[in-house]
Design a protein around this ligand. Structure first.
Ligand SMILES: [Zn+2]
Length: 125
């Protein structure tokens, strides 16, 4: 069974190379200064229906995203690019729902730009 969940959160972040702050300005431009986004997270899950009648509790998925709402994302992800946020959410979802066979996460940083990755549970191959 497949589930599809979308959630938005508002938060602040900045992109910085902790080993070379001067380089960060040229590498990340204006994004090296603290600024905010309304991120959209799109989660597609696949797995068996458990005894509770659910593949994954929608509220549990939303709670993972909501944890970053009105936060400074750098407190959770050291270099919070859209790509690294995808990996963060994949980790959180794998830990919370270990019976899932596949998880795809998209993190939209704007209306026109997103990062996406898919994890497939090796135990279900
Ligand atoms: Zn940004």
């Amino acid at each position: 069974m497949k589930l599809h969940i979308e959630r938005k959160f508002n938060a602040a972040h900045f992109l910085i190379d902790a080993t070379d702050r001067e380089r960060s300005k040229s590498l990340y431009g204006a994004c090296s200064s603290m600024h905010g986004h309304t991120w959209r997270v799109v989660v597609d899950l696949e797995g068996p229906i458990a005894k509770d009648g659910m593949v994954a509790n929608f509220a549990g998925v939303k709670a993972i995203v909501d944890k970053l709402d009105h936060a400074i994302v750098n407190d959770f992800v050291a270099l919070p690019t859209a790509e690294n946020l995808v990996l963060y959410f994949l980790d959180m979802l794998r830990d919370r729902f270990p019976i899932l066979s596949e998880i795809t996460v998209q993190v939209w940083e704007s209306d026109t730009a997103y990062a996406e990755d898919t994890w497939t549970n090796p135990r279900t191959l």
